[in-house]
Design a protein around this ligand. Structure first.
Ligand code: AMZ
Length: 334
């Protein structure tokens, strides 16, 4: 499991928001490249960088005060054919920060926020992002995500599923769609996506613990690799996620917890780097009864615990039919 220290950028500074609220901002520094060096020195293997101004659509105010005249072309490696043939004459400040972080550290960077077109994605990759996160556009123009995966591969394109009460939020979380988080996960997997960053908005920046049920459900049901985000407080959260890595958990984003020091990044990395926990049944006690097998203990995967079998209404009921009956009654599923 990979630990991703988060560097959220607003007006070029490192900030943390609470539940994504632009008015609940704490500034943690005005040199993101220095922050990147700091997390790298603590053992970070990846960085998660968010352009909050981009996500919040505040692009117009983000033009960097570059010390070059606007008629000079910006040199972005591999971007000679940027957009329609022209190149931007100045970069939003947070994209300048991305470039500076890229120059400061040699670990991979996951970058998201405000990427709404193929040209945006190309620019972010050209400026040094190794992988980009697409949120709003996955709801509004899912085909663009599929096209991006075809062009750059599923390792470089991930979908950001930011959920408020199970529904996907967009535009810097100012809007909530009626799209279900699990449903869009299925849709994205069908379109070739293989990894998602899943954020529970209510927990983001709140140090209130990770939404483990919904995070594991997403990985389990959709087969997407899930990077958990929102609510990490301390090493217990990392251990709890690590114990559920087999639900397709690929990593976890840590923000507020490492900035407020309720979590030590190097300790988190040590726990996350440990071997995969295997949950295996081992020996299941049973006995031969009424010509069939009676299990003495059964593992309930929904409650994640061993239980005594409930038994059937008649002697001829076997454990499997009892278990199916109970499952149908409890879940309402066929
Ligand atoms: O904090 C916020 N208000 C916020 C945030 N952190 N809004 C969006 N984002 C992040 C998402 C995702 O990584 O978690 O921005 C990215 C999605 O941006 P977009 O512009 O593609 O929806």
């Amino acid at each position: 499991m990979i630990i991703y220290p988060a560097i959220d950028l607003r007006n070029g500074k490192c900030v943390r928001l609470q539940q994504g609220d632009p008015d609940a901002e704490t500034v943690y520094g005005d040199d993101p490249a220095e922050m990147a060096r700091h997390w790298h020195s603590q053992g970070a293997q990846w960085l998660h960088v968010v352009n909050l101004d981009g996500a919040l659509d505040a692009k117009q105010s983000q033009i960097a005060a570059l010390d070059r005249p606007s008629n000079i072309r910006i040199q972005v490696p591999g971007l000679d054919d940027f957009g329609t043939g022209s190149q931007p004459s100045s970069l939003p400040i947070n994209l300048v920060r991305l470039q500076q972080i890229r120059e400061a550290v040699d670990i991979p960077i996951q970058f998201g926020g405000g990427l709404r077109t193929m040209a945006d994605i190309k620019l972010a990759l050209g400026l040094g992002a190794d992988r980009v996160v697409l949120g709003t556009v996955a709801v509004e123009r899912p085909q663009l995500v599929a096209d991006a995966v075809s062009r750059w591969g599923a390792d470089r394109i991930v979908v950001g599923i930011d959920a408020r009460d199970g529904k996907v939020a967009t535009h810097g979380w100012k809007e909530t769609s009626d799209v279900d988080a699990i449903e869009i996960g299925h849709q994205m997997h069908a379109m070739g996506v293989r990894r998602t960053v899943f954020t529970d908005i209510a927990r983001d920046g709140m140090l209130s613990g990770v939404n483990i049920p919904l995070t594991t459900k997403l990985g389990d049901l959709t087969d997407l690799k899930v990077i958990a985000s929102g609510g990490v407080k301390d090493i217990q959260d990392i251990s709890q996620l690590k114990a559920r890595e087999h639900y397709n958990l690929d990593g976890v984003i840590v923000g507020q917890a490492i900035y407020t020091k309720s979590l030590d990044l190097s300790e988190a990395i040590r726990v996350a780097d440990g071997p995969l926990h295997h949950i295996s049944a081992g020996i299941i006690p049973y006995r031969q009864m009424y010509g069939g097998i009676q299990f003495l203990l059964l593992y309930n995967i929904f409650c994640e615990q061993w239980q005594f079998p409930r038994g059937g209404a008649s002697h001829s009921d076997v454990d499997k039919s009892c278990a199916l009956y109970s499952f149908r009654a409890e879940t309402g599923l066929p």
